[in-house]
Design a protein around this ligand. Structure first.
Ligand SMILES: CC(C)(COP(=O)(O)OP(=O)(O)OC[C@H]1O[C@@H](n2cnc3c(N)ncnc32)[C@H](O)[C@@H]1OP(=O)(O)O)[C@@H](O)C(=O)NCCC(=O)NCCS
Length: 152
């Protein structure tokens, strides 16, 4: 899982910046697997190899899970992203979450199309929110999906 994240971080497609410390990242995954709470982690496997992963984390707002996912370039476009997303949505519903959210770079058309097709809507733009190591400032699109439940 750490290797998948390192590869996708090198591409600049996720918030995590390269270089990814593989040991430290693997330990964070281990901690998350052993941890308690609403969240969860998934892997996408092809021929016994982990080619993708996704995670749902408690966001800080009760009942809202933050999602993220990464798939190796050679394993994209074959339904794996949708499968990971559906697994996370099913998990969120089964744990009683009322909402899932995520952040995505505004130019990541592929990911935005996937999320939109699964019912996610744009909630806002976090302008120049992330300062990258090279000093550049990146904006992120906030997308979310309401899973149902008592709105007031
Ligand atoms: C975004 C990502 C998870 C999608 O996974 P994937 O396996 O490529 O996508 P899938 O094959 O499951 O396709 C699901 C949907 O994504 C969209 N999609 C997939 N490939 C696309 C492409 N080349 N262009 C535009 N949309 C695309 C489509 O809406 C597609 O639905 P459809 O097949 O019914 O048309 C994957 O491409 C990835 O890991 N990208 C790099 C990391 C990243 O961007 N993570 C998300 C950060 S928020």
């Amino acid at each position: 899982m750490a290797r998948v994240m390192a590869t996708v971080a090198d591409e600049g497609l996720i918030a995590t910046e390269p270089p990814v410390d593989l040991d430290a990242r693997a330990q964070r995954f281990r901690d998350a697997i052993e941890g308690e709470g609403l969240g969860g982690l998934w892997v996408l496997e092809e021929d016994g190899q982990v080619v993708g992963n996704s995670g749902a984390h408690e966001s800080g707002a009760p009942g809202v899970l933050s999602l993220g996912m990464s798939i190796l370039p050679e394993a994209r476009g074959r339904g794996g992203g949708r499968a990971l997303l559906e697994a996370m949505l099913e998990h969120a519903r089964s744990r009683g979450a009322h909402k899932v959210e995520l952040e995505v770079w505004p130019d990541n058309a592929r990911a935005i199309a996937l999320y939109a097709s699964a019912g996610f809507e744009v909630e806002g733009l976090r302008r120049h929110h992330y300062r990258r190591r090279d000093g550049s400032l990146r904006s992120a699109l906030l997308m979310a999906s309401l899973l149902g439940g008592g709105e007031r």
